[in-house]
Write a protein that binds this ligand. Structure first.
Ligand code: SF4
Length: 454
């Protein structure tokens, strides 16, 4: 039993960078600290504890992490500063040397946050350390070897009152040539289906209506428990009270035909898919060590559309990676243009130290990366606009989210169209309610369709 009495009445601030998984984990840290008697500090208030959950997906992400740490230290003098997440795992020595940082937790250690925090807190002289300019950070980081990162921190957090994020998997075994995530988060691992169903039931009991399944490589579910992802989906589909499940992302080779088929007839899994393609050129996919080709990807998209014609399909694309010669980018563009996908999430390639992509000789200039990004973003806008426009005049079920009094309310349809209900028609009691609407024209900003209540 850990003695947490020293934390009673203390305050904390949290800052998260990166993916939905990080946000869900930060929210779990917040709940753990709350159970220790720590309340979240107000915006302008100095916090006793600052926790920064970092990301290291690109060079820009690393830079933002450093900025966030410096800002937290500056704005909360004397605070006990804890840094965890992917950047902390990959650059622990660097992070530990930042002035004002007290504790660096690697991917294995963050599951035991309370224990490490209590130990470090008991031996601290925070004011003196921060005032002296840091450099006394405890370094709870035991190894950078992927195989040694084995802990799993369960997490089912409430993004807002309507949407929960349920972490079903962590880590990755794929080692794509441009990616550092397996080094930062370890190999693929997962909790049992039974424990995840239990967490979903608790979310339903708290009034949650929608759950987003999160993870690093979700489709790889089962490495630890030898259960199948499709069986997790089936089990969750039976959780009463949860009206909607979404899967945050699925690798194309793990998005099985069986799963598509199941989702098409399921009670609560939404016609909404997010699939990382990364490149629409087979040559580039080979250089990336991705485990599929464009033919497989196109088959998955066609099957989804055949079974669920209204499905929203978001696609991740990386532009300007090493080896992407101009003609290969053109292949990628043509491929995406030819597919009935809804939205592109475009990421410019960023060089990551230690990745095997660095041995590919052809380098794309930054200005070309930018130009390629811009072309794909324009294509994405056109596709999203056409998808929305095709739904104008149709009836839809919308799950509305809380809005400030006197403001328009927003929500999403089953197939992820953002919908706006005017401030005049918005009601507090619509928060977290499923309502039937008719979809009207685009709103003023062009970011949602107007809702007409039925
Ligand atoms: S599938 Fe590839 S890109 Fe995704 S986390 Fe694993 S190694 Fe990284």
């Amino acid at each position: 039993m850990i003695d947490t009495s020293a934390f009673q009445g203390k305050t904390a601030k949290y800052y998260t960078l990166g993916c939905k998984l990080n946000f869900s984990e930060t929210s779990t840290f917040g709940r753990l600290l709350q159970d220790m008697g720590v309340r979240t500090a107000e915006k302008e208030e100095r916090a006793d504890i600052c926790l920064i959950n970092t990301c290291s997906v690109t060079e820009v992400a690393d830079h933002k992490c450093r900025q966030a740490i410096h800002r937290m230290v500056r704005e909360n003098p004397g605070s006990f500063v804890v840094v965890t997440g992917c950047y902390a795992q990959l650059k622990p020595d660097y992070v530990a040397r930042i002035d004002g940082v007290d504790l660096v937790l690697g991917s294995n250690e963050k599951a035991d946050l309370v224990q490490y925090l209590s130990n470090a807190w008991a031996t601290r002289d925070g004011t003196a350390r921060n005032a002296a300019g840091g450099n006394g950070a405890l370094h709870e980081f035991h190894s950078v070897r992927t195989k040694d990162i084995t802990s799993f921190q369960p997490s089912c957090s409430r993004g807002n009152r309507t949407r929960y994020f349920l972490k079903v998997q962590d880590g990755c075994n794929y080692f794509c040539t441009y990616c550092t995530i397996p080094y930062a988060r370890g190999f693929s691992r997962n909790p049992t289906i039974a424990s995840l169903v239990e967490q979903a039931r608790r979310a339903a009991a708290e009034g949650g209506k929608e759950i987003v399944l999160t993870g690093v490589n979700i489709g790889d579910f089962g490495e630890t428990t030898h259960e199948r992802f499709i069986d997790l989906v089936r089990a969750l589909d039976g959780v009463e009270g949860i009206s909607r499940f979404r899967i945050s992302s699925l690798e194309p080779d793990l998005l099985t035909d069986e799963l598509i088929d199941y989702c098409a007839g399921s009670r609560a899994f939404m016609p909404h898919f997010h699939i990382p393609l990364q490149s629409g050129s087979d040559e580039v996919l080979r250089l990336m060590h991705r485990r599929y080709d464009t033919a497989l990807f196109a088959h998955k998209i066609r099957l989804i559309k055949e079974k669920m014609p209204d499905a929203f399909i978001g696609v991740d694309v990386m532009v300007g990676c090493r080896g992407e010669r101009p003609e290969l980018f053109e292949e990628c563009y043509e491929f995406l243009d030819s597919l009935p996908v809804t939205q592109l999430h475009v990421f410019p390639y960023s060089e990551r130290p230690g990745t095997s992509a660095l041995s590919i000789p052809y380098v794309v200039a930054d200005k070309d990366k930018k130009a390629r990004s811009n072309r794909l973003l324009k294509l994405s806008d056109e596709k999203t606009h056409a998808f929305y426009a095709a739904h104008i005049g149709q009836e839809a079920e919308v799950l509305f989210e809380k809005a400030a009094r006197g403001k328009a309310m927003h929500g999403f349809t089953r197939n992820y169209i953002r919908v706006e209900l005017s401030a005049r028609e918005a009601r507090e009691e619509f928060d977290n309610q499923l309502l039937r609407v008719r979809l009207g024209e685009f709103n003023h900003a062009g970011t949602a369709l107007k809702a007409i209540l039925l």
